[in-house]
Design a protein around this ligand. Sequence first.
Ligand SMILES: Nc1ncnc2c1ncn2[C@@H]1O[C@H](COP(=O)(O)OP(=O)(O)OP(=O)(O)O)[C@@H](O)[C@H]1O
Ligand SMILES: [Mg+2]
Length: 439
Amino acid sequence: MSSNSWKSFLTGCWAKSVENSATSPRKLQCSSSSDISNSSAPFSPEDLSLTLAGSNLHVFTIGELKAVTRNFSMTNFIGSGGFGPVYKGYIDDKLRPGLKEPHVAVKSLDLDGLQGHREWLAEVIFLGQLRHPHLVKLIGYCCEDEHRMLVYEYMPRGSLENHLFKRLLASLPWSTRLKIAVGAAKGLAFLHEAEKPVIYRDFKASNILLDSDYTVKLSDFGLAKDGPQGDNTHVTTRVMGTRGYAAPEYVLTGHLTAKSDVYSFGVVLLELLAGRRCVDKTRPNRQKNLVDWARPYLNNSDKISRVMDPNLDGQYSSKGAQKAAAIAYKCLSHNPKSRPNMTTVVETLEPLLNLSDVPVGSFVYVAPTERVAEDTKAEKLDTETEEKHHGHHNRDRRHKQRFPNSVIHSEVTLHRDGNSLYRNSHFRRSLRQNQERGA
Ligand SMILES: Nc1ncnc2c1ncn2[C@@H]1O[C@H](COP(=O)(O)OP(=O)(O)OP(=O)(O)O)[C@@H](O)[C@H]1O
Ligand SMILES: [Mg+2]
């Protein structure tokens, strides 16, 4: 992390706007990104570029980003989330000479949303300062007129959500799942152990991006919060996050701690083991909520195989699965104090990468019909090449049985403000989310 602490960094930023505008004393109290995002005070692009002067972020114009993304063309469109659409782009050496990552992802704020500026600002401020191998790199931003954009390093394999749950991609092998779990745990541990700890608050499969070799990079710091300061045990916030991933005590009380992230990590670890979404309305009642369904099996080594993803075809280390399930069980504890911290999680999971009891080639050799040849090829493609190939007929069939409607997102964003709890469909998330995020 940068030597700038959050407090001095952000206080500095506010001090300047206070000096310039002779505003109320209330603003002098602002000392964190949370305060900035909760304040209704104006924040000019000039303030921002001065504030971020030491962070090496590039400031782009809208014209430049149009050129980078071929005018935000559909051929460059990657996907869309609560913030707005994301486009692939290429930054020419002439535009920014010497840029290490010419391939970028440009996330553009949906202008129909009302309060997205706050998430945009939080993202710029957190990611502008934080650098770690397991956090996605923010290359720059655009803040021109009403436009708000974020320019990230491009992650060629997209999100973990796509790999685990979208039927077009081949199933992730065990070792890759473990590598992802360890990388994500390290990213969270870094945030929690920072000089000024940060609570990520939106840990979920879609925010875990994957590099070409499946190295994890956490993205989306729009909901991130500074951790509790001084003697405080928690931060009190409006409840925001994603249904299924948010810790139950946080949803109930709005009390946010690093252990809320640990719970969300437990959910993702369970998704990695089971290959199932944490909320899946297409399943029978008892199985709709993954955590509730799987919890009794997780600390029972005889029953853990019931949880494991059938698409793994049994090709995983039993010892590793047991240990991973046991730590997931602890992370998912109802009592936040019983959850381990992320450093302990890393220390538990990392050695599992070295376990060699993965049954490789335990299947019986069958004469090479076309189908077998295709399956074998797809097995290799899992780890080594572009994952657009999907020759696994058997897996595909099983997957179709398990996800008859898998293009529909079951994920729902939670926003609780006062007494009301809103559930928004993934599709309409952007507009409502931004409305609800208003102060
Ligand atoms: N740096 C990046 N490189 C490559 N793809 C990216 C990058 N950032 C985001 N994406 C992709 O863009 C799409 C939208 O991402 P985004 O984070 O906006 O939404 P989300 O994570 O699906 O939902 P949410 O708004 O809840 O975070 C996803 O498919 C994601 O994988
Ligand atoms: Mg995201």
